[in-house]
Design a protein around this ligand. Structure first.
Ligand code: AMP
Ligand code: ZN
Length: 302
């Protein structure tokens, strides 16, 4: 690869990502998707023994539930909402005129009941609350969804639409803390098999504004979020590819999830950035998967 070309240029010129004209919104080639599905299988190999319940939500979620989740308090800058036209003929004519004139026609639409999912686990908690109190062993879920975050960037690892695989644990504090500990270990072992350099460190979410800075530092101080980082776009600032989040009783309280003893349930999730891990592999082993190290190929293709 020529050094004056960016990693994104390389991915595109090798046909792995397909330009759409929008930063962070790409098509994916068959070779890219093959890596994603093999990595997906590798994750299942590590988590498959836990008897997680598989649930797949579409990339949109109920707007009322999204509002209740408090996402707009913490991350208004990242949210994406779905709007649609519901006017009459006259309003339609006005809308088309605006589009023709290159004007802003967004205001001629109105919000639908659907917003884009910001993380795979957001639609899960209210659905779990509806099922009633947890069984003594709690519950564990296996999720995978396209997610949206409005953070356009030339860094291919910062996409606006990307997939997040997650395992979510819901139960007593002990069950949930144990889950996170187990996955911190599994995450290291799993990524270790991919032959890429990595590090695990305490982290915080990008909470918005002045109040957000305090939330971020308290999250760090309490060690509620860890990330597994791999250098992709930069060595100094490695990219978070796996996240290990302990929400304490936040979602249990918010949605009214109870354990079998009537206590507020605790929750934790481990999230895998599917594209980020694929990009880390292409970054460190090259654009041609057939030329990847034998051990890495064996870990993925068996
Ligand atoms: P988070 O909820 O921010 O911890 O995100 C969970 C995982 O999703 C992260 O560990 C990343 O691997 C991945 N992820 C987050 N934001 C992006 C993005 N903009 N583009 C691609 N992957 C992302
Ligand atoms: Zn989650």
């Amino acid at each position: 690869m020529c050094s004056h070309h960016s990693f994104l240029d390389g991915l595109m010129s090798h046909g792995l990502l397909i330009d759409t004209g929008i930063d962070g919104l790409y098509g994916r080639s068959g070779a890219f998707e093959d890596v994603i599905s093999r990595f997906d299988e590798l994750i299942s190999g590590f988590g498959g023994g836990d008897n997680a319940e598989v649930v797949r939500f579409p990339p949109g979620m109920n707007r009322a539930l999204f509002e209740k989740s408090g996402y707009m308090k913490s991350f208004p800058q990242l949210a994406g909402t779905v709007h649609s036209f519901d006017g009459d003929d006259k309003q339609h004519a006005r809308l088309l005129e605006k589009i023709d004139a290159g004007g802003d026609w967004a205001g001629d639409q109105s919000a639908t009941d659907i917003v884009l999912a910001p993380a795979a686990c957001y639609p899960l908690y209210p659905a779990v609350a509806k099922r009633g109190a947890l069984p003594p062993e709690g519950r564990i879920y296996d999720l995978n969804s396209y997610c949206f975050r409005h953070e356009p960037s030339k860094d291919p690892a910062r996409m606006q639409m990307f997939r997040m695989r997650e395992y979510v644990r819901i139960g007593s504090p002990e069950q949930v803390i144990d889950f996170r500990k187990v996955w911190l270990e599994r995450g290291r072992e799993l990524i270790g098999r991919l032959g890429v350099p990595f590090d695990v460190d305490v982290a915080n979410d990008p909470f918005f504004g002045r109040a957000g800075r305090m939330m971020a530092s308290s999250q760090r101080d309490q060690g509620l979020k860890f990330e597994l980082l791999i250098p992709i776009e930069s060595v100094e600032k490695p990219t978070a590819c796996l996240s290990f989040n302990y929400h304490q009783d936040h979602f249990g309280l918010l949605w009214g999830i109870q354990t079998n003893t009537g206590d507020v349930a605790h929750t934790a999730c481990v999230g895998f950035g599917m594209e980020r891990v694929a990009l880390a592999l292409f970054k460190h082993h090259g654009f041609d998967t057939r030329a990847w190290p034998k051990a890495v190929r064996a870990a993925l293709w068996g």
